[in-house]
Design a protein around this ligand. Structure first.
Ligand code: ZN
Length: 118
């Protein structure tokens, strides 16, 4: 658990073409379907992920698939301004999402109330 004054891990605003159906994806950071490719077959996802680097943020995305790909087809990866959160009218907060000052990003039953979060 982060101590007061400790630097919170940077956050990245990511978007990519999902290499698998949504049923095969479970990321414990806020994420949304941003759209679909023209053929309607491929979800375009966005997510806010706390990680030390863009590379580790993408690793977290890949690891969220049941059959993790080596990489996903990226659209962008932007550093989020410190102290901001990813929630908006377009990308609303769901009950399982969190964006705590302690670095937490998920309020699902597994993670809420836990000291450890990754
Ligand atoms: Zn969780």
């Amino acid at each position: 658990m982060a101590e007061a004054g400790e630097i919170v891990t940077p956050a990245w605003w990511l978007s990519w073409y999902s290499p698998a159906p949504l049923e095969a994806f479970e990321l414990h950071s806020p994420w949304w379907v941003s759209g679909w490719t023209g053929d309607g077959e491929t979800p375009i996802l966005v997510a806010a992920v706390r990680a030390d680097s863009p590379e580790s943020a993408w690793s977290a995305v890949c690891a969220a698939y049941d059959d993790p790909p080596d990489a996903v087809e990226q659209r962008f990866c932007d550093l989020m301004p410190e102290g901001t959160n990813p929630f908006s009218d377009r990308f609303p907060m769901a009950s399982w999402m969190a964006w705590g000052e302690d670095g937490s990003t998920c309020a699902c039953p597994t993670h809420s109330g836990s000291d450890e979060h990754d």
